[in-house]
Design a protein around this ligand. Structure first.
Ligand code: PLP
Length: 357
């Protein structure tokens, strides 16, 4: 196999060990005589996989007993609608920290009133609003935050302590660091960044919050449907859930979230160090106190130089470094499955490129 360093933003790198295990089990899973893709979602063999994935998510995330873990489809983008349909009554509160939170707010606006409690748009989303500056009303149905801002490379370091329910889009940093998941009433995350392949979205919802959900909404958007059926109301994306379970097993085998967090800290340090020690050759987009450990965003002095850098990086086997089409520049996505070695190779390349031009 050719050596490439995968910094894709999503779908993103998966652990090689997981892909190899999936390869071994591809044609015949256990002694079922068939592939996971061919199993009935009502079979015991599949239900075991499904339930393992749910219990691993609960245990790695370390949530209390009163959380439901649900699997839905439609990506994080459908959750923008789902959250609002289930919980928006009167008015909701959105904190804008990037393109994804803008989209979440725009979808909610189609369903009810949205108030923007804070936004860092004026400074090109380089920062995260300070928790004590957030404006909200105690009657707001919930406050929505985006824990990691995939496009701009910022990340909440600690979360608002508001007196209203807290909903979090955690698509790009779920299970990447040890945070108290019990502070959220609902968390959702598309799997394709930190948890597995595309096709499944994981949702954590607190039972007391679920009980407040609107009842008269479309069946497939109602969290209650999934909670009542163990996410087996209709056919789930069985292979995506199988892969997600393998990724969770991989996390557990390595020592759980503490190990992952430690690796992620080291990885981010290596890449940011390459930026910070470059005497301004590379410029980080995010304010230092808001830097994401998942998406490292930076630019070079001119657009032409950025283009030359990206071309040279691609030639050297670095994949996925161009920034999001709405932002430009460079972005290294260093999710859980991206190795320390990939980050070291990138830092080395950045240092060499600087010397070369
Ligand atoms: C990628 C991403 C999304 C969109 O996810 P889809 O699964 O493609 O809908 C939403 N929010 C955040 C924070 C993301 O990083």
């Amino acid at each position: 196999m050719s050596t490439i360093y995968n910094f894709n933003a999503g779908p993103a790198a998966l652990p090689k060990e997981v892909l190899q295990k999936a390869q071994r089990e591809m044609v015949e899973y256990g002694n079922t005589g068939m592939s996971v893709m061919e199993l009935s979602h009502r079979s015991n063999a599949y239900e075991d996989i499904h339930n393992q994935a749910i219990s691993r998510l609960k245990s790695i995330a370390n949530v209390n007993q009163d959380y439901h873990v649900l699997f839905m489809q439609g990506g994080a983008s459908l959750q923008f609608t789902s959250v609002a349909q289930n919980f928006l009554k009167g008015q909701s509160n959105y904190i804008l920290t990037g393109g994804w939170s803008e989209k979440a707010a725009a979808e909610a606006q189609k369903i009810g009133n949205v108030v923007i409690g804070a936004s860092s748009k004026e400074n090109q989303y380089r920062s995260i609003p300070l928790s004590d500056t957030l404006l909200y009303d105690s009657n707001d149905s919930y406050m929505h935050v985006t824990s990691n801002n995939t496009l701009y490379g910022t990340q909440w370091q600690s979360f608002p302590d508001a007196s209203i329910p807290l909903v979090c889009d955690m698509s790009s940093d779920i299970l990447s660091r040890s945070i108290d998941m019990n502070q959220f009433d609902l968390v959702y995350a598309g799997a394709q960044k930190n948890l597995g392949p595309a096709g499944v979205t994981a949702i954590f919802v607190k039972d007391s919050f679920l009980k407040q959900a609107n009842k008269n909404i479309p069946t497939m958007l109602s969290y209650q449907t999934y909670a009542d059926s163990n996410s087996l109301y209709n056919t789930p994306p069985v292979y995506s859930i199988y892969m997600l379970n393998l990724v969770l097993e991989w996390i557990e085998e390595r020592g759980g979230i503490d190990y992952i967090e430690d690796q992620n800290d080291q990885k981010a340090k290596i890449v940011y160090e390459a930026i910070d020690s470059s005497d301004g050759f590379y410029k980080g987009h995010a304010q230092i106190d808001a830097r994401s450990k998942m998406n490292v965003t930076f630019t070079l002095a001119t657009e032409a130089l950025t283009t030359t850098f990206l071309k040279a990086a691609a030639d050297a086997g670095f994949v996925g470094l161009p920034g999001h089409r709405s932002v430009g520049g460079c972005r290294a996505s260093i999710y859980n499955s991206v190795s320390l070695e990939s980050c070291e190779a990138l830092a080395k390349f950045m240092n060499q490129f600087k010397k070369m031009v």
